[in-house]
Design a protein around this ligand. Sequence first.
Ligand code: FAD
Length: 506
Amino acid sequence: MAGPADPSPERAAPPHRAGGGGAAAADLIVVGAGAAGLYAALCAAREGARVALVSARPLAETASYWAQGGLAAALAAEDSPERHLEDTVTAGRGLVRHSAAEVLCEQAPERFRDLEALGVRFDADRHGNLALGLEGGHAVRRVAHAGGSATGRRILRQLSAVAAGHPGIEVLEGRRAGALATEQGRCRGLLLDDGRAIDARAVLLATGGAAALWSRTTNPPGSFGSGLMLARAAGATLADLEFVQFHPTAVVGLPGREGFLISEAVRGEGATLHDARGERFVDELAPRDAVARAIFGVLASTGATAVHLDMRGVDPDRFPNVVAALREAGLDPAAERIPVAPASHYVMGGVATDLHGRADGVPGLYAVGECACTGLHGANRLASNSLSECFVYGRRAALAGLDELAATGPPAAAELPREPVAPAPSFQTRAAMWRHAGLERSAEGLRPLHEDPHPLARLVAACALSREETRGAHARAEFPESDAELDGRHTLVAPGEDRPRAIAWA
Ligand SMILES: Cc1cc2nc3c(=O)[nH]c(=O)nc-3n(C[C@H](O)[C@H](O)[C@H](O)COP(=O)(O)OP(=O)(O)OC[C@H]3O[C@@H](n4cnc5c(N)ncnc54)[C@H](O)[C@@H]3O)c2cc1C
């Protein structure tokens, strides 16, 4: 089987016939109001489409709102999309789907300018020029911030204000997608958790990631992969679920702040990592997998629960919300080192899509943002590429979704399934995932996860077990090296199947 096809090359967007014919209640349903969902909804509405935007949780509980670092785009004079691509491919450890990463790096600058046009104000230096930050794995300064480390919050507040005022967008807040409605294999709409059905030309999932399936996480509790399970139940293929990025520097041991993330950008500005003896032990600007694994190694060999981040030399005004949060928790980063350790942060895997966000296996269904897997991150996401992905692919999928034909008949009768398709994980599942599917995995630890009650936990374990090598974010104790035979081979789980297959994507 070939990977998800991408039959339609990038083209000038044709005029969209919003609302034309059929029984659709909306042209496009967008599920999720993080960066990907809000921006996709706006892109569709700006084309004249009627959009239903469904969001389970308030804005402040999306991962997008919590984003600190920024968004990566080749904006500096000495930078180029080619250099950005080179760094993305290097970080992805032989697994980046080149075509998908190329789209990201080429189109990120354009999306950045559109965000500015929508009213997002990015940080400038004292001469009024755009201030770009340096982060791990980037060869040049390439990361745009807003409000220092409040980037996600600033972007989301502005996008949600514009979306709320747009007459083409109906916001359904506090509503959860309970199931996707399909007819002869095509997605025709969805069912909300209150039993209401909405019919549309296309449904775009922007439901975020699944890092909260692990107990120690930087993510909001709602990030448990509900979109992945909805898509799978509708017949979509999932990909690369074994690749879960562990952020190296999440705060340890502070009640109420456990897992609070200290952005990579802080290390970009000179913060250093130290073991219990005060020695530095890693290049702080190496890609995330390397830094996280080095910390894991120190913790495993010493029995310590944390290493220490020294940010005393960093200007506190550059990271006002990080500094404020630490001070609130009783730590003064200007005077003392901060205890940190890795935490589950970002899932590279998701609903397998083509380069326009089309879900593999279900016409009319799209996935963008962290719930999608285009293959662009490979085995390890380059820092700050995910917000850029939300905007680049959010727009591409929204426009492609509007090209779907409107349904001609009445919506298919559909009912909510008796059992929730996408249940929240229990405390036990989350603890077991941290123990057995964490920074280092082994067959012995992963096998019992096959019996876990949570369906996504079982699939992650199956994918992690099937990949008998160490690559990027996925480390197997019994297979400490990468296997060259698996270069470019993604792990696909077809609907209804539990056994993943390793397949090369074009
Ligand atoms: C602390 C932190 C810092 C980060 N910093 C950066 C950074 O600096 N740069 C960067 O590029 N990336 C960063 N990331 C990653 C990045 O923020 C995320 O990958 C990205 O924001 C995901 O956006 P999204 O729109 O796909 O999902 P989210 O922002 O998570 O939004 C998901 C939405 O889907 C809704 N939803 C979920 N399930 C359902 C359902 N069944 N029905 C209805 N609604 C549903 C949720 O309520 C929410 O509205 C960070 C992540 C975290 C946690």
